[in-house]
Design a protein around this ligand. Structure first.
Ligand SMILES: O=C1O[C@H](COP(=O)(O)O)[C@@H](O)[C@H](O)[C@H]1O
Length: 231
């Protein structure tokens, strides 16, 4: 298993353009090699600035395929949906065709949506980049401490999540096993409210965030507020 590359920036204003540039560069490498770029998007509020930066760069075209690490079981147009945030901040105005943008149909309920999404992922190769966030409890995607993470070999690609500690309780998440089939896993984590979880993660505590690794690299893109250097 490769080590985590901790990339700490003074603040989000420094982090976001660097990560946007790195994503565009990784896409170019994948497109040059295979003609296609499979990207998993993080949800929550942290990546919104990144998605806006990608929009400003005109990032994405018909060779890009967009997947989601997780989704909340809410109506398809609900403001708290991860797909609604990503569409508004970047995708709707991009050159990535609608058919290439694959939201999790979580409005159907967690179980049905997980089954459908796993079917959609069948035959999809290793992700080129899985972009993930982290919650204050060390969850990533919708893999929460104390819940199943789907990290065993043979786990389904997508999991129905019930009773999530962060609302809404019903969610769908890519399993740890599927996320681990990624060339690169890049976490984006900002803010002092994440510092404790980052410290636990860096110390080797067993947390969902610590179970996901890229085949080529695993990087944590942090601002200084999230990095527990002084603790
Ligand atoms: O609920 C979720 O939480 C995490 C972290 O979200 P943030 O708002 O603190 O950035 C996120 O990565 C995940 O995709 C989301 O559904």
């Amino acid at each position: 298993m490769n080590a985590i590359d901790w990339r700490v920036f003074p603040d989000a204003d420094d982090l976001v353009p660097a990560l946007a540039d790195a994503l565009v560069a990784a896409a170019q490498v994948a497109v040059d090699a295979r003609g296609v770029f499979h990207l998993v998007l993080a949800g929550g509020s942290t990546p919104r600035a990144l998605y806006r930066a990608l929009a400003e760069r005109g990032a994405g075209d018909a060779r890009w395929w967009i997947w989601y690490g997780d989704e909340r079981c809410l109506p398809a147009d609900h403001a708290e949906r991860n797909s609604v945030m990503a569409e508004a901040a970047w995708l709707a105005g991009s050159r990535i065709p609608a058919d290439n943008r694959r939201p999790i149909p979580a409005e159907r309920g967690a179980s049905a949506a997980a089954t459908v999404y796993a079917e959609r992922l069948a035959g999809v190769p290793e992700f080129d980049v899985a972009l993930l966030g982290m919650g204050e409890d060390g969850h990533t995607a919708s893999l929460f401490p104390g819940h199943a993470w789907g990290d065993a070999a043979g786990s389904p690609d997508a999991l129905a999540v019930d009773g999530a500690p962060k609302p809404p309780p019903a969610r769908v998440s890519l399993s740890a096993a599927r996320l681990n089939r990624s060339a690169r896993v890049w976490f984006v984590v900002t803010g002092g409210n994440k510092r404790h979880a980052v410290r636990c993660w860096a110390s080797g505590d067993v947390l969902p965030v610590g179970t996901i690794h890229g085949r080529v690299d695993t990087a944590a893109w942090l601002d200084a507020a999230a990095w527990p250097a002084d603790d």
